[in-house]
Design a protein around this ligand. Sequence first.
Ligand SMILES: C[S@@+](CC[C@H](N)C(=O)[O-])C[C@H]1O[C@@H](n2cnc3c(N)ncnc32)[C@H](O)[C@@H]1O
Length: 374
Amino acid sequence: MQRSYVAELAAPGHKVPVRACVDEPSQPIWLFPSVGEYPVYGDFVYDVMLADERRMSRYTRAVRRFAPGRTVLDIGTGQDAVWALAAARAGARHVWAVEVIPKSARIARKNIEQAGFADRITVVEGLSTKVELPERVDMCVSEIIGTLGGSEGAGPVLRDARERLVKPGGMFIPHRSVTTAVALDLGSATGGEPPGFPPAAFGFVEEIFAAVGRPFDLRVCLAGLQDVPKVRERSYLSGAVEVEPLEFNGDLRPEGVDTAELTFTRPGSFSGLALGMRLWVAEDDVPIDSLFEWSNWTPVYAALSEEGLPVRPGDRFAFEFTTTMSDDGVHPDYALTGELHRGSGPAVPLRWDSAHHPDGFRESFFHRWMFPEA
Ligand SMILES: C[S@@+](CC[C@H](N)C(=O)[O-])C[C@H]1O[C@@H](n2cnc3c(N)ncnc32)[C@H](O)[C@@H]1O
């Protein structure tokens, strides 16, 4: 059966051809857009987050531990208001639950009323960086960690909360996040079958294009990569390194340049990086690690070489990872520049750009492949 084909998406003003794959469980890897930074949420995305057992248990434990007797700000409460309700049930004095998506805020209000907590949780509709609260709170809980740690704006949003909405010295859940990177052999991950978007993903790509107002080179995840140890073992060519550290209870710097070096531990064809995140919900927690265990955070693909570059153990990829704020002041633009060092040959320069809402469309070989010209 043919597993990959070209379909059409509705983008503002016109149709866009898209590389598609059939929806079937035997598909090892498929493409899915990174949705949280636009933000494109609905029942499906919220339900996947609620099904993420590790995320749920780490957050519930931290909220129960720190919320009793405190006033709480829940940034991005979502339609289920999970942390606002957990805080109120644990004995928080009052919870301010802020949500930017109007429909999600409406549903959250209804869920809070039904749970009998309307007197202790106030839902505030809007972007946390724009809203005012009648009091500064003792603590802030949020889950606005992206597929790359900071991609949903956790850095600037939580820095703003610290400056305006939380009492000096107030505490933050989560405690810390980083973005992680491993060297990837995409062909080994997919078993030689180039990945496509399953039809179930089309609507999300369309919503992201609609949110920005045009098709553009969006950030894309490799679903299926993190879940199966066999897939990781044959496609990860190195261990992981950390960049973009975000210290929510410390010196929080949303922008910066990090240097890192990956050493290849296996032979293979180096096509790019799988980028993920590690998240310490509480300071003393084992971090959630999206490159090495199933979670609702799916690894992003940073495509670096179309054909793949042969590598051997001991070869190195040294790179700079730059985070700057996009013009919306909240969502970062990312750029990665590096050099592949192999044996005695010349260094090979490689580059990946992933702005939040870049002007260009089909600027990279990978985007030209995903969205072929008609
Ligand atoms: C990853 S979901 C988390 C939902 C819920 N708190 C949970 O953990 O299950 C992030 C939510 O935060 C909202 N959001 C993101 N940034 C926000 C901000 N600065 N102010 C208000 N809402 C925000 C999104 O619309 C989305 O509903």
